[in-house]
Each structure stands twice: as C-alpha cells, then as structure tokens.
Design a protein around this ligand. Structure first.
Ligand SMILES: O=C(O)CCC(=O)C(=O)O
Ligand SMILES: [Fe+2]
Length: 455
C-alpha cells in the first residue's frame, strides 16, 4: 500500500490519528476523511502546502502530460459556439445537430439568462469558497455525498472542492442547508437554478427537433427530472503536472450546462487530442450526457453474437477489441490488478464510444477533464439535468427502423447511476467497486465507464 511521504502535511495528523485509533494499516483513511470534509483549499491554506501531498498525486497514466491520456494538446481547434439569437429555424437545428454529433460539447451565446444574475452567481460562488471553513461546513448534511447538500473535497482525490445542491424535484431539495453567506447567495442560486432548468428544457426541445423527433420528446422521456448543481472550486496547485482538477470522464446524465470563469482548465478529448475549452465572455458550455453508454451491440459484434448486424457497427477498431478483451478479463477474474487495468482502459482512454442512448447512437457525449494551474483558483458551476431515477431509458422509437435498429437495450436509469458511482470508487473500494458494473452487465448485458462527478 502506498505510504505518505515524510514531508506530507498530513503526516503528523496521521500519526496522531493512528495513536488514537490504532488504524496503522489504513494510512489514507483519515486523509480521505479530511479531504471529504474540509477540502483542498482548507488543506493548502492551513498547512501552507508548497508541494503536492502524495494523496493527490495521480497515477502516471492519468496525468496531464502523460500519453496516451495526454495525447496531443490542440491550440487551434475549438468546440462549436452557437448564438441562440443570431440563428433560428433550420439553421439553428443544423448547428445543434452538428455540435451534438461531432463534439458532444458546444458553447452557447445569448442563452437568455440575465447577465446580472450570471455575474452574481459567478462572484458569489468564488466568495463562498474563500470563506472560513466553519461557514462552508454549515452546508454539510448528515448524509454527506448522498445528501441534498454537500460541501467538501471532490471525488477521486481530485484537486477540487465542491458545493453540491439538489435543485429538483422538490422532494430532494433542502433549501434550509443552502449557504446564507455570502449575503444574497441563496436567492441568487434559487433564481439561477430555475433559469438553468428552463434553459435545459429549451435546449432539449431543440435537440429533439434536431433529431427529427417531436419537440417535447426528450423532456418527456426524462420524466420528472433530477437537477443537481455542482459548484466546483479548483485552488491553485503547486505542481499541476501531478494532479487533476477532475479526472477524465463523461457525464452520466442527459445534459450539462456549465458556467466557467475566465481562468480556463476544462479540456475535451477529440480524435486523440485534448482541446482547451476557452472561456468566452457571457457564454455557457453545454455538453451531451451519456444517458447510458451500453455497448452491448459492439460487444456482441466483436464476440460473435448476432443481435443487430449493421456493417458499420461491426467495423470495430483494434482499440475497442482491446477494451472488450479487458472487460472479459473483469468478468472472469476477481484480482484487483486486472480490475484496475480495465478501469483505466474504459474510464480514461476511450473516445468515440460515448453515445447517448435516447438518440440511438446519433449524438455522442464526450470525455472531458479539468487540469489545474499554479497561478489562480478557478470556479465553475455545473447544472446536471438527469432523467428521474425510475425512468426506463431506451432508443427513441422514432429513431428506430429496419435500417437503424435499436443499438442499445432499455435500462432503468437508477441501475446505471448505481453502477456508475460504485465503479467510480475504484478498484480498492470495499463496497462493491466494479462488482456493481458486473451486476449491470449481468442484468442488461452492457457496461459503463467510471467517473467522478455528482449528478
Ligand atoms: O469545471 C469544469 O469545467 C467541468 C466540471 C465537470 O466536468 C463536472 O462537474 O462534471
Ligand atoms: Fe463533467
């Protein structure tokens, strides 16, 4: 097991905790608790951290500059930017269709959110994280991560703090725990969240139409949606080459809307390149969520199964074959080393196979990550719009015919999310780890990726 280095700021804390609890075999257990409860910013400030504690050092293949996960950084390419006022009718639908199909990511301008509201939201969000720990911890609820409000360090030992708030449906919202400071923040968040929900619905209608579906199709398919807001805060990091703000992932939900400040750090993966999503004034970043990425068809095509037979679906790459072989290894082995290997291959390196199931493979979600910097803190506000957990998600019947058979099975969204998060805990997770993913495979014959976000 990895040990803390002697100069880790946590070493004395750890020694003390061990004396008290005799937990000598779990050097990271208390660090995990510290990270979850207090977060990165508190650690950096109270221990005057000048180098990255080993707890936050990413495995080499997940670091920013390590191929293949680093691949080539592209300075020239940019995700599409769509002006919702300048375009209309078929022109707007085509722009949305191209962006969702080719990128899974785009920025929108003239999205209709009042600029004063957006500015207040951005300003008060960074002010929230600059407050003393006691103030931030008022937003902790007993159930922490699964609760309606959560403040703490981000998952996966990422160099990130987060304030997560359930925003809908009303039954999972606890406004009494929403921050009261800075002054006015609670009201701002309430207004911002309802404006974001309206925008999500507007975008889902446009996306439905761009698929040739009835305007309300995707909204109705999500049932009573679950909406979660995650305010991410990335403190400056002494050595960003060793850490990640958020490790590579794709979002598991339907659609995500992100407000980022002008610092930068978000990158999307396309054709073997990590591309910076450059902050644009007054823009929101939109990304298509996984909505499920069941690869049953490709697995069957590769392994000789016969359901679905379009030649394009059978044209699988060597890389995909490798992943399926690794997946088979997961199913046939309980050793943690083979699980770790599989997680890396499926969770961090694969591109081009993240497909939203409702669109029956027409639109793709996209791997993205956030890199840290050593100059200034970055704050971003993500709104995740998800189907109701009880929803059964499957390819839209309007997109399925003899030429385009359904390429994904129907699945209960709650099952997907459960597997998604238990997988995200990693190979050392004692509460199930990849077993949940295997269970999903057994029940639905599909697999999922791992990730790090709250939704
Ligand atoms: O902070 C960002 O730019 C992205 C955050 C993100 O990907 C997430 O919360 O899922
Ligand atoms: Fe994300």
């Amino acid at each position: 097991m990895t040990m803390t280095r002697p100069n880790d700021p946590f070493t004395s804390d750890i020694a003390r905790f061990h004396e008290v609890k005799g937990a000598k075999d779990e050097p990271f257990a208390e660090l995990t608790r510290y990270h979850e409860v207090r977060g990165v910013r508190e650690m950096v400030e109270s221990f005057r951290v000048r180098e990255v504690p080993s707890y936050y050092v990413k495995p080499v293949n997940e670091r920013r500059f390590t191929p293949p996960s680093a691949a080539v950084l592209s300075m020239e390419q940019q995700i599409p930017c769509i002006d919702l006022e300048a375009l209309s009718g078929q022109e707007l639908l085509s722009a949305i269709a191209n962006a969702c199909r080719d990128w899974g990511f785009f920025q929108v301008l003239n999205h209709g959110l009042p600029s004063q509201l957006v500015q207040n939201m951005a300003k008060q969000s960074s002010e929230f994280f600059a407050q003393p720990l006691e103030e931030k911890m008022k937003c902790s609820t007993p159930a922490r991560v699964s609760g309606p409000v959560h403040f703490g360090g981000g998952g996966n030992r990422d160099w990130r703090d987060v304030l997560k708030l359930n925003c809908a449906p009303a039954s999972i919202v606890a406004k009494e725990y929403w921050p009261q400071r800075p002054a006015g923040f609670r009201d701002t968040m309430e207004e911002y969240s309802s404006q974001q929900q309206a925008l999500a619905i507007r975008l889902l209608k446009l996306i439905s139409e761009s698929l040739g579906l009835e305007s309300n199709y995707l909204v109705a398919a999500c049932g009573e949606p679950k909406v979660v807001m995650a305010i991410n805060h990335y403190p400056p990091c002494p050595d960003p080459s060793l850490t990640m703000g958020i490790k590579a992932h794709s979002d598991p939900n339907t659609i995500t809307m992100l407000l980022q400040d002008d610092v930068g750090g978000l990158q999307v993966f396309k054709e073997d390149r990590w591309i910076d999503v450059r902050p644009l004034p007054n823009a929101l970043v939109i990304n298509v969520g996984d909505q499920l990425q069941c690869r049953v068809e490709k697995i069957r095509a590769i392994t000789g199964g016969n359901r679905g037979s379009s030649s394009s679906r059978q044209a699988t790459s060597r890389a995909e074959l490798g992943r399926v072989e690794q997946w088979s290894a997961v199913r046939s082995s309980n050793s943690s080393s083979s699980r770790a290997c599989t997680r890396d291959a499926m969770g961090c390196k694969c591109d081009g196979d993240r497909v939203e199931i409702l669109s029956n493979g027409k639109y793709s979600s996209c791997l993205h990550r956030v890199v840290n910097n050593n100059r200034q803190a970055r704050t971003s506000i993500a709104t995740f719009f998800s189907p109701a957990h009880a929803c059964i998600i499957g390819p839209a019947p309007g997109l399925v015919d003899e030429v385009n058979p359904a390429i994904y099975p129907n699945i209960v969204y709650a099952d997907y999310i459960k597997a998604f998060y238990t997988q995200a805990l990693g190979p050392n997770n004692k509460n199930g780890g990849y077993l949940a993913g295997i269970e999903l495979h057994r029940r639905y014959n599909c697999y999922t990726s791992s990730s790090s976000i709250s939704s």
